[in-house]
Design a protein around this ligand. Structure first.
Ligand SMILES: Nc1nc2c(c(=O)[nH]1)N[C@H]1C(S)=C(S)[C@@H](COP(=O)(O)O)O[C@H]1N2
Ligand SMILES: [Mo]
Length: 159
């Protein structure tokens, strides 16, 4: 089986993929151990989004960051400036990649998310099964549910 890797591309100087060892090799001060400290239901270790962005170097015209989950075709697009310091990429549980049970191989988390559909940085932006982060000039695809009804439907489907 191929090792999972997170693609980071679009309006960046250095588009690339990050496997577990690449993320684990980012600076110690960017590592966020044990995300269950933020939310008891979420497990594993992560790294600050900012450290990932430092490696790919967004171009000055990059205004939006889009989180893609190919597995279930879920997408979230947020203004780059709003998310840059708030995002965490969870990438391992112990010394193994996150499994699908942990919403892996990568899970995006916002440090302090607002309630669903109340802000750009809401719970809905905590993208599971993250496969790609794309930088762009204009807002990218965003399939977040916008109403309580849409939420109810989405949670029904993912059961
Ligand atoms: N890939 C993917 N990520 C997703 C969703 C989804 O349907 N697919 N739902 C979002 C919504 S609407 C919410 S509120 C949170 C719920 O995260 P939790 O199950 O960890 O509480 O995940 C978000 N991330
Ligand atoms: Mo949500």
């Amino acid at each position: 089986m191929n090792e999972p890797a997170l693609v980071v591309d679009g309006l960046v100087e250095n588009p690339r993929e990050f496997a577990l060892a690449d993320l684990a090799g980012l600076p110690a001060d960017a590592q966020i151990e044990d995300v269950s400290r933020f939310h008891s239901k979420r497990k594993g270790d992560g790294v600050a989004l900012e450290a990932v962005l430092d490696r790919v170097r967004p171009l000055p015209e990059a205004n939006y960051l889009t989180l893609h989950a190919d597995r279930d075709d879920f997408h979230v697009s947020i203004p780059l400036q709003a998310v840059r310091a708030e995002g965490i990429v969870v990438y391992r549980l112990g010394d193994r990649p996150l499994g699908v049970e942990q919403c892996g191989p990568f899970r995006f988390l916002i440090r302090d998310p607002a309630a669903c559909h109340t802000s750009e940085l809401d719970d809905c932006a905590n993208v599971k099964y993250l496969s790609r982060i794309e930088l762009s000039h204009r807002r990218g695809r965003d399939t977040r549910p916008r109403t309580d009804d849409e939420h109810a439907k989405l949670h029904e489907e993912s059961r």
